[in-house]
Design a protein around this ligand. Structure first.
Ligand code: NAD
Length: 443
């Protein structure tokens, strides 16, 4: 099948590469000419396991094309995916500018029947707005082609995006049209062989399902962080509590890790957007607001612990930081807890020596040129001679640490672990002070 995809970010590029890899002919359009140039040279502007190989292989085979030519994109295929960003407005609501820009572009160039597939995470009712925008734009041109708009929210996770796309838990299609069902069924068929994962529903329910899924996951994290804060004050160990509650099959072990707060491009913005959608519909959504507040406060916990370890005086200190990405296996630093920590440390007069296996270029892009940030070439180089070590991302390579080496090389024997990677007893045996999340303070 021929497919056009608007947006070559995490979702658009992964979708395009995975569809091309099963034989579809995919035309990708982005307004970012630099990004398109990079992709045309066979380079991939984001880090995502397995993605580069897919992009290169399918571009070389001629099944994956990158362009800024929106007209050619609209006219290339009957199925047009919208996978552009929906960043937050100042009030937390989703900014639909890019989505509606694409709708206008489709209206300007549409030349026959099209199925417009919404992959971006959008407020309930957006498919209707996309449809209305296409109709208005066509009317201004004096044409009236037939088209359908459906919702096909994306559930891939950064860090395992290719794996998630190729082995989806479910593929949601919100539509009332039999033609759309059939086309989407055919489009996804190569990734729907083991058992039928396609779930059809009405458009509004599909749009809300995406927000509900992210809100549930964010709620689990904020719930555990609240429990961790309670545990810490009561002398309990949240890691024991976690195992204790996870053993209940109604609760389960997944996604109940306490930590230094969730970040990334999705949970923070989607929780805020859902609260905003609910507000507009006249409903308070107290729980969503609390989830957001708890997370926001949790991002300050690392700094508070470091500050406490140095009696409130971090002026002139150098803090080693392991992990900049908002989670492992990605280079994405959007709303990462590491950023809140670094910015607080700089505000307190401390400097940071950081290491991350993938996010160093992104850190350089965001903070390059700062005298109080050094990007180290290894975890050891970051830690050697630093006043203390802070850990913000649970990359695999940080899970085993040489505590004897750290004791010998840190100026002060302080580790603040935002991901509860280590056994407190083992750390203590090496004469280090270990501040984790919800495990009692100094051990
Ligand atoms: P992104 O910011 O990485 O990429 C968006 C891309 O769209 C950019 O390259 C931008 O230049 C391009 N773009 C903007 N306007 C355009 C236009 N008019 N025409 C063509 N291209 C245009 O975004 P992303 O992380 O891929 O997210 C895209 C959507 O998918 C969002 O709604 C997001 O909430 C949702 N989503 C993201 C993830 C994730 O893990 N990143 C997962 C599921 C869903």
């Amino acid at each position: 099948m021929k497919l056009t995809i608007f947006g070559t970010g995490y979702v658009g590029l992964v979708t395009a590469a995975c569809f091309a890899d099963v034989g579809h002919e995919v035309f990708c359009v982005d307004i970012d000419a630099t990004r398109i140039g990079t992709l045309q040279r066979g380079e991939v502007p984001i880090f995502e396991p397995g993605l580069k190989e897919l992009v290169v292989r399918n571009a070389e085979a001629g099944r994956l094309v990158f362009s800024t030519d929106a007209r050619a994109g609209v006219q290339f295929a009957e199925l047009i995916f919208i996978a552009v960003g929906t960043p937050p407005n100042g009030d937390g609501s989703a900014d639909l500018r890019h989505v509606l820009d694409v709708a206008r572009t489709i209206g300007e160039h549409i030349d026959g029947y099209k199925i417009v597939v919404g992959k971006s995470t959008v407020p309930v009712g957006t498919a209707d707005r996309v449809g209305a925008t296409i109709t208005e734009t066509m009317a201004a041109r004096g044409v009236a082609h037939v088209f359908d708009v459906c919702s096909n929210p994306e559930f891939l996770k950064e860090g395992s995006a290719v794996e998630d796309f190729t082995k989806p838990a479910r593929i949601i299609v919100g539509t009332g049209s039999e033609i759309v069902r059939k086309k989407l069924h055919d489009c996804y068929a190569p990734y729907n062989r083991n058992h039928d994962k396609l779930m059809y529903m009405d458009v509004r329910s599909a749009e809300l399902t995406k927000y509900a899924a992210n809100a549930m996951l964010a709620t689990k994290i904020s719930f555990m962080n609240e429990m961790a804060n309670i545990a810490e004050r009561l002398g309990a160990d949240i890691e024991e509590v976690r195992k204790g509650i996870g053993s209940d099959p109604r609760i389960g072990y997944q996604f109940i890790y306490p930590g230094c707060g969730y970040g990334g491009s999705c949970f923070p913005k989607d929780v805020r957007a859902l609260a905003s959608i609910a507000r507009e519909a006249g409903f308070g959504a107290d729980l969503m607001q609390a989830v957001e507040r708890v997370n926001d406060a949790q991002k300050d916990v690392m700094f508070q612990k470091l500050s406490q370890a140095f009696d409130g005086n971090l002026e002139g200190r150098t803090i080693a930081l392991w992990g900049l990405a908002f989670k492992p296996n990605t280079d994405d630093m959007r709303e990462a807890p590491s950023r809140r920590l670094m910015e607080a440390l700089w505000g307190a007069g401390a400097s940071v020596r950081a290491f991350d296996p993938e996010a160093m270029p992104e850190a350089r892009r965001l903070y390059g040129g700062r005298a109080d940030l050094v990007l180290a070439s290894s975890p050891q180089q970051a830690a050697a001679g630093a006043d203390a070590l802070a850990i913000c991302t649970e990359w695999k390579q940080f899970r085993v640490a040489d505590f004897a080496w750290l004791k010998a090389n840190l100026i002060n024997p302080v580790i603040v672990d935002g991901r509860n990677l280590y056994d407190p007893e083992q750390v203590r045996q090496h004469g280090l002070l270990y501040y984790a999340i919800g495990r009692g303070d100094s051990v």
